[in-house]
Write a protein that binds this ligand. Structure first.
Ligand code: 2AM
Ligand code: CA
Length: 295
């Protein structure tokens, strides 16, 4: 827990570095394929471990606020990946939520961005609706995105430039012409209550415009559902790099876009306001709502 707090304060002080899910990369294809296959196997193994120990009593602690939970399962799963990665690829860097990886100050080299359990509150309260999320970046370019919903044995995956998949099924490109009043958006209640980032009345107007809203409580799964096309967009007020690193790569592979609330590239070394959806919805939501309501 302490290391996580240290982690959060460090990243706020770090130099800004814009990242990309596009562009040219020099990662060798053979290495990328190896990382992709091996990481999927490790995630399935970690999922088996989680399911095996699911009914054991948990010690639940809090981090940045009383609703920001961490359990020994979050820590054990992160340690599992750190051990595997450090043994197989000692030259790679690891940026993990629970702080067992490295102190990351830039995205140079190969950086694994790991959330061992995304949706810890769901894990604790529901024992479902959580996921393991791993994004692998090379020189700041997202190469591999993997989100594993172990309770449903569903793996969302993508390699840059090769499409996105739900298990073995390739995901269709996002519809680009969907209007706001036909859209389902994922967001949580914070947008609609008084808060320090945005005028809640402006966001209430957005809710009145859309067809429906959902809140799943796992940013990684919300990205995966955008990629799958079962929701049309997801907005979140403050997400950490590990919440979004894999999802950005997967959404990009179906023609979606991810940015901060100003429409700028996300900074993967700090927390960001996040919007992920198709480019037309992004333009409307940012210009007609987020920018208008910004405090
Ligand atoms: P986590 O479960 O890995 O902490 C919940 O709405 C979503 O927001 C989850 O994906 C959760 O990730 C993420 N989140 C990011 N920062 C959070 C915080 N400070 N408190 C609670 N959830 C947070
Ligand atoms: Ca987590």
């Amino acid at each position: 827990m302490v290391s996580c707090l240290v982690n959060s304060s460090f990243i706020l002080e770090r130099e800004l570095l814009k990242v990309s899910v596009k562009g040219e990369s020099t990662m060798k294809e053979s290495l990328r394929q190896e990382l992709y296959e091996m990481t999927k196997q490790w995630m399935i193994e970690a999922g088996r471990y989680i399911k095996k120990h699911l009914d054991e009593p948990l010690h639940v602690a809090t981090k940045s606020n009383p609703n920001d939970l961490v359990t020994e399962m979050d820590e054990n799963v992160e340690k599992f990946f750190v051990n595997k990665i450090k043994e197989a690829y000692p030259e790679h860097y690891i940026f993990g939520e629970e702080g067992y990886g490295d102190e990351i100050i830039s995205l140079e080299g190969i950086v694994w961005i790991i959330d061992p359990i995304d949706g810890t509150m769901n894990f604790v309260h529901q024992k479902r609706n959580f996921a393991i999320s791993i994004g692998i970046y090379h020189e700041g370019i997202g190469e591999i995105g993997l989100i594993y919903d172990c309770m449903n044995d569903t793996m969302y995956s993508a390699k840059r430039g090769e499409g996105a998949f739900k298990n073995d099924q390739q995901l269709a490109p996002l519809k680009q012409d969907i209007s706001l009043n036909e859209s389902i958006l994922a967001l949580n209640h914070r947008w609609l209550c008084k808060n320090s980032f945005i005028d809640e009345k402006v966001m209430q107007a957005l809710i009145k415009e859309i067809r429906g809203n959902r809140s799943y409580g796992s940013a990684a799964l919300e990205f995966a559902y955008v990629a799958e096309g079962i929701i049309d967009g997801y907005i979140a007020m403050r997400l950490a790099p590990w919440d979004i690193a894999a999802g950005m790569i997967i959404v990009n592979e179906v023609g979606g876009v991810t940015s901060n609330g100003n429409g700028e590239a996300v900074n993967l070394l700090t927390r960001n306001m996040i919007i992920t959806c198709n480019a037309v919805l992004q333009d409307t939501i940012i210009n007609d709502f987020m920018k208008k309501g910004k405090k």
